[in-house]
Design a protein around this ligand. Sequence first.
Ligand code: FES
Length: 115
Amino acid sequence: MFNYTAFDEAQAEFVEIAPASELPNGERLFVDLGDKPVVIFNIAGQFFAIGDVCTHDDGPLGDGMLEGFNVVCPRHGGEFDVRTGKVMQMPAVVDIPAYPVKVQDGMILVGLPKG
Ligand code: FES
């Protein structure tokens, strides 16, 4: 899976999600961006956005526990780094999408690839 956070910002189209004040430290927010279910985490004041579907067997990743920057899939324990989408633990073997996030004028923005 492509790591969208590696996109040059100029290649991304940023979408407003919510005021950053509505996503306090340790919380997560579920959104649909077009046909993409996405979960946004606030980890120690930093925001990260990943696809909300596990690549192993479509588990709901956003419901998983966080271990540092890794989210643990609640179905079979696969782990992914929320910063990059990289798979860290089997049984999952394929990365998930990770999207660039920024805060502008107090709003959380998530970047999707243009086109
Ligand atoms: S569905 Fe996520 S590890 Fe199996």
